[in-house]
Design a protein around this ligand. Structure first.
Ligand code: ADE
Length: 257
Protein backbone atom coordinates (compact mmCIF):
# COMPACT_ATOMS: atom_id res chain seq x y z
CA UNK A 1 0.00 0.00 0.00
CA UNK A 2 1.34 3.40 -0.98
CA UNK A 3 -0.14 6.39 0.86
CA UNK A 4 0.36 9.87 -0.65
CA UNK A 5 -0.69 12.68 1.70
CA UNK A 6 -1.28 16.23 0.46
CA UNK A 7 -0.73 18.45 3.49
CA UNK A 8 0.63 21.75 4.82
CA UNK A 9 2.30 19.81 7.68
CA UNK A 10 4.27 16.91 6.19
CA UNK A 11 6.38 16.42 9.34
CA UNK A 12 3.21 15.66 11.32
CA UNK A 13 2.38 12.79 8.92
CA UNK A 14 5.98 11.52 8.75
CA UNK A 15 6.38 11.51 12.54
CA UNK A 16 2.99 9.93 13.20
CA UNK A 17 3.22 7.20 10.57
CA UNK A 18 6.93 6.56 11.22
CA UNK A 19 6.18 5.39 14.78
CA UNK A 20 5.25 1.95 16.16
CA UNK A 21 3.59 -0.69 13.94
CA UNK A 22 3.16 1.51 10.85
CA UNK A 23 6.79 2.65 11.22
CA UNK A 24 7.97 -0.96 11.20
CA UNK A 25 5.75 -1.74 8.21
CA UNK A 26 7.34 1.17 6.32
CA UNK A 27 10.83 -0.19 7.14
CA UNK A 28 9.79 -3.68 5.96
CA UNK A 29 8.34 -2.24 2.73
CA UNK A 30 4.73 -3.35 3.37
CA UNK A 31 3.72 0.34 3.39
CA UNK A 32 5.07 3.58 1.99
CA UNK A 33 4.06 7.06 3.14
CA UNK A 34 4.84 10.02 0.94
CA UNK A 35 3.90 13.37 2.51
CA UNK A 36 3.68 16.11 -0.14
CA UNK A 37 3.88 19.72 1.05
CA UNK A 38 1.16 21.70 -0.74
CA UNK A 39 3.16 24.87 -0.03
CA UNK A 40 5.84 23.62 -2.47
CA UNK A 41 3.22 24.19 -5.20
CA UNK A 42 2.37 27.79 -4.24
CA UNK A 43 2.60 30.02 -7.28
CA UNK A 44 3.46 33.37 -5.65
CA UNK A 45 6.72 34.55 -4.16
CA UNK A 46 5.36 34.56 -0.58
CA UNK A 47 4.49 30.87 -0.94
CA UNK A 48 1.01 31.57 0.40
CA UNK A 49 -1.66 28.96 -0.31
CA UNK A 50 -4.71 30.66 1.23
CA UNK A 51 -6.97 33.59 0.39
CA UNK A 52 -10.21 35.27 1.47
CA UNK A 53 -13.53 33.62 0.51
CA UNK A 54 -15.63 35.35 -2.16
CA UNK A 55 -18.83 36.58 -0.56
CA UNK A 56 -17.13 37.24 2.75
CA UNK A 57 -17.25 35.29 5.97
CA UNK A 58 -14.81 34.20 8.64
CA UNK A 59 -11.36 32.77 7.93
CA UNK A 60 -9.29 31.89 4.92
CA UNK A 61 -9.64 29.20 2.25
CA UNK A 62 -6.99 26.98 0.68
CA UNK A 63 -6.73 28.00 -2.97
CA UNK A 64 -7.46 25.57 -5.79
CA UNK A 65 -4.25 25.77 -7.81
CA UNK A 66 -1.58 24.68 -5.26
CA UNK A 67 -3.80 21.77 -4.19
CA UNK A 68 -4.34 20.78 -7.81
CA UNK A 69 -0.63 20.96 -8.71
CA UNK A 70 0.35 18.94 -5.63
CA UNK A 71 -2.28 16.30 -6.51
CA UNK A 72 -1.23 16.20 -10.17
CA UNK A 73 2.45 15.66 -9.23
CA UNK A 74 1.36 12.40 -7.56
CA UNK A 75 -1.56 11.35 -9.78
CA UNK A 76 0.47 11.47 -13.01
CA UNK A 77 2.75 8.71 -11.69
CA UNK A 78 -0.05 6.35 -10.64
CA UNK A 79 -1.14 4.03 -13.47
CA UNK A 80 -4.80 3.20 -14.21
CA UNK A 81 -6.68 6.47 -14.59
CA UNK A 82 -7.99 8.81 -11.89
CA UNK A 83 -6.49 7.55 -8.57
CA UNK A 84 -8.60 7.08 -5.45
CA UNK A 85 -8.42 10.47 -3.68
CA UNK A 86 -9.80 10.82 -0.13
CA UNK A 87 -10.66 14.26 1.27
CA UNK A 88 -10.80 14.37 5.08
CA UNK A 89 -13.74 16.54 6.12
CA UNK A 90 -16.45 16.57 8.80
CA UNK A 91 -18.89 16.70 5.84
CA UNK A 92 -17.78 13.24 4.64
CA UNK A 93 -19.20 9.76 5.17
CA UNK A 94 -18.41 8.49 8.67
CA UNK A 95 -15.40 6.16 8.60
CA UNK A 96 -15.81 2.58 9.82
CA UNK A 97 -14.12 -0.84 9.64
CA UNK A 98 -15.91 -1.75 6.38
CA UNK A 99 -14.55 1.42 4.75
CA UNK A 100 -11.04 0.58 6.01
CA UNK A 101 -11.30 -2.92 4.54
CA UNK A 102 -12.49 -1.57 1.21
CA UNK A 103 -9.78 1.11 0.92
CA UNK A 104 -7.11 -1.49 1.79
CA UNK A 105 -7.74 -3.14 -1.60
CA UNK A 106 -6.17 -0.14 -3.41
CA UNK A 107 -2.51 -0.14 -4.39
CA UNK A 108 -2.29 3.67 -4.03
CA UNK A 109 -4.34 6.11 -1.95
CA UNK A 110 -4.09 9.89 -2.08
CA UNK A 111 -5.29 11.68 1.08
CA UNK A 112 -6.03 15.41 1.06
CA UNK A 113 -5.82 17.32 4.35
CA UNK A 114 -7.63 20.64 4.60
CA UNK A 115 -6.77 23.60 6.84
CA UNK A 116 -8.17 27.06 7.54
CA UNK A 117 -11.90 27.18 6.77
CA UNK A 118 -11.76 24.67 3.91
CA UNK A 119 -10.67 24.30 0.29
CA UNK A 120 -11.95 25.99 -2.89
CA UNK A 121 -14.85 23.78 -4.01
CA UNK A 122 -13.73 23.66 -7.67
CA UNK A 123 -10.58 21.64 -7.01
CA UNK A 124 -12.50 19.26 -4.75
CA UNK A 125 -14.93 18.62 -7.64
CA UNK A 126 -12.03 17.75 -9.94
CA UNK A 127 -9.87 15.51 -7.78
CA UNK A 128 -11.81 14.00 -4.84
CA UNK A 129 -13.34 10.51 -5.21
CA UNK A 130 -14.28 9.93 -1.52
CA UNK A 131 -15.03 12.35 1.34
CA UNK A 132 -14.46 10.84 4.77
CA UNK A 133 -15.21 12.10 8.30
CA UNK A 134 -13.76 10.36 11.35
CA UNK A 135 -16.63 11.53 13.59
CA UNK A 136 -19.00 14.33 14.43
CA UNK A 137 -16.52 16.86 15.78
CA UNK A 138 -14.30 19.46 14.11
CA UNK A 139 -10.51 19.14 14.11
CA UNK A 140 -8.09 21.99 13.35
CA UNK A 141 -6.95 20.19 10.19
CA UNK A 142 -7.25 16.93 8.28
CA UNK A 143 -3.88 15.46 9.31
CA UNK A 144 -5.05 13.57 12.40
CA UNK A 145 -8.05 12.27 10.46
CA UNK A 146 -5.77 11.13 7.61
CA UNK A 147 -3.59 9.29 10.12
CA UNK A 148 -6.62 7.60 11.68
CA UNK A 149 -7.71 6.39 8.23
CA UNK A 150 -4.19 5.28 7.24
CA UNK A 151 -3.68 3.44 10.54
CA UNK A 152 -6.95 1.50 10.25
CA UNK A 153 -6.32 0.73 6.55
CA UNK A 154 -2.73 -0.36 7.28
CA UNK A 155 -3.91 -3.06 9.70
CA UNK A 156 -5.76 -4.69 6.80
CA UNK A 157 -2.70 -4.73 4.51
CA UNK A 158 -0.89 -8.11 4.42
CA UNK A 159 2.49 -8.03 6.19
CA UNK A 160 1.69 -5.04 8.44
CA UNK A 161 0.58 -6.93 11.55
CA UNK A 162 2.92 -9.62 12.88
CA UNK A 163 0.16 -12.18 13.22
CA UNK A 164 -1.75 -12.34 9.93
CA UNK A 165 -5.08 -13.37 11.41
CA UNK A 166 -5.18 -10.82 14.23
CA UNK A 167 -6.63 -8.14 11.95
CA UNK A 168 -9.81 -10.15 11.68
CA UNK A 169 -10.33 -11.53 15.20
CA UNK A 170 -10.65 -8.16 16.87
CA UNK A 171 -13.54 -5.80 17.53
CA UNK A 172 -15.95 -5.25 14.61
CA UNK A 173 -14.71 -8.05 12.37
CA UNK A 174 -17.76 -10.26 13.03
CA UNK A 175 -19.84 -7.20 13.86
CA UNK A 176 -19.23 -7.80 17.58
CA UNK A 177 -17.00 -6.13 20.17
CA UNK A 178 -13.96 -8.02 21.39
CA UNK A 179 -14.15 -10.23 24.53
CA UNK A 180 -12.21 -9.24 27.70
CA UNK A 181 -8.59 -10.41 27.97
CA UNK A 182 -6.33 -11.27 30.91
CA UNK A 183 -2.60 -11.83 31.44
CA UNK A 184 -0.42 -12.64 34.47
CA UNK A 185 -0.73 -12.53 37.47
CA UNK A 186 -3.65 -14.91 38.01
CA UNK A 187 -4.90 -12.73 40.90
CA UNK A 188 -4.55 -8.93 40.80
CA UNK A 189 -6.11 -6.56 43.38
CA UNK A 190 -8.05 -9.59 44.56
CA UNK A 191 -9.58 -10.16 41.11
CA UNK A 192 -9.25 -13.68 39.64
CA UNK A 193 -8.82 -14.51 35.95
CA UNK A 194 -12.00 -16.34 34.79
CA UNK A 195 -11.50 -20.04 35.46
CA UNK A 196 -12.39 -21.24 31.96
CA UNK A 197 -9.32 -19.42 30.58
CA UNK A 198 -7.05 -21.52 32.84
CA UNK A 199 -8.68 -24.82 31.81
CA UNK A 200 -6.67 -25.42 28.64
CA UNK A 201 -9.94 -26.54 26.95
CA UNK A 202 -9.89 -24.59 23.66
CA UNK A 203 -13.50 -25.36 22.79
CA UNK A 204 -14.74 -23.99 26.11
CA UNK A 205 -12.45 -20.96 25.84
CA UNK A 206 -13.79 -20.13 22.36
CA UNK A 207 -17.40 -20.55 23.50
CA UNK A 208 -16.83 -18.34 26.54
CA UNK A 209 -15.17 -15.64 24.43
CA UNK A 210 -17.97 -15.66 21.89
CA UNK A 211 -20.54 -15.33 24.69
CA UNK A 212 -18.60 -12.44 26.26
CA UNK A 213 -18.43 -10.67 22.87
CA UNK A 214 -22.19 -10.93 22.54
CA UNK A 215 -22.79 -9.70 26.12
CA UNK A 216 -20.45 -6.70 25.59
CA UNK A 217 -22.07 -5.79 22.30
CA UNK A 218 -25.59 -5.95 23.75
CA UNK A 219 -24.57 -3.85 26.76
CA UNK A 220 -22.28 -1.29 25.09
CA UNK A 221 -23.05 -1.10 21.36
CA UNK A 222 -26.46 -2.66 20.63
CA UNK A 223 -26.52 -0.69 17.35
CA UNK A 224 -23.81 -3.04 15.99
CA UNK A 225 -26.14 -6.07 16.26
CA UNK A 226 -28.00 -4.94 13.13
CA UNK A 227 -25.15 -6.26 10.98
CA UNK A 228 -23.78 -9.00 13.29
CA UNK A 229 -23.49 -12.55 11.99
CA UNK A 230 -25.09 -14.77 14.69
CA UNK A 231 -26.63 -18.25 14.85
CA UNK A 232 -30.31 -18.72 15.82
CA UNK A 233 -29.22 -19.86 19.26
CA UNK A 234 -27.12 -16.72 19.66
CA UNK A 235 -30.03 -14.47 18.59
CA UNK A 236 -32.12 -16.13 21.33
CA UNK A 237 -29.34 -15.35 23.80
CA UNK A 238 -29.36 -11.71 22.62
CA UNK A 239 -33.12 -11.51 23.24
CA UNK A 240 -32.69 -12.90 26.77
CA UNK A 241 -29.89 -10.42 27.51
CA UNK A 242 -31.92 -7.48 26.22
CA UNK A 243 -34.92 -8.53 28.31
CA UNK A 244 -32.73 -8.81 31.42
CA UNK A 245 -31.14 -5.39 30.76
CA UNK A 246 -34.57 -3.80 30.37
CA UNK A 247 -35.80 -5.36 33.62
CA UNK A 248 -32.69 -4.13 35.45
CA UNK A 249 -33.19 -0.63 34.04
CA UNK A 250 -36.84 -0.65 35.08
CA UNK A 251 -35.90 -1.83 38.60
CA UNK A 252 -33.33 1.02 38.85
CA UNK A 253 -35.92 3.59 37.78
CA UNK A 254 -38.52 2.23 40.25
CA UNK A 255 -35.96 2.50 43.05
CA UNK A 256 -35.37 6.18 42.24
CA UNK A 257 -39.07 7.03 42.45
N1 ADE B 1 -11.24 17.72 9.41
C1 ADE B 1 -11.72 18.43 10.45
N2 ADE B 1 -12.53 17.70 11.21
C2 ADE B 1 -12.58 16.45 10.64
C3 ADE B 1 -13.27 15.24 10.95
N3 ADE B 1 -14.08 15.13 11.99
N4 ADE B 1 -13.08 14.19 10.13
C4 ADE B 1 -12.29 14.30 9.05
N5 ADE B 1 -11.62 15.40 8.71
C5 ADE B 1 -11.76 16.47 9.50
Amino acid sequence: MNFHVLTLFPEMIENGMGTSITGRAIEKGALSVNAVNIRDYAFNKHQSVDDYPYGGGAGMLMQAEPVYLAWESIAKNIPGGHPRTVYLTPQGKTFDQAAARELAREENLILLCGHYEGIDERVLEEIVTDSISIGDYVLTGGELAAMVVMDAVSRMVPGVLGNEDSADTESFSAGLLEYPQYSRPQVWHGKEVPEVLMSGHHGNVDAWRREQSIIRTVERRPDLLKTADLTNKEWNFVRQLKKKLKEEQQAGEDEQE
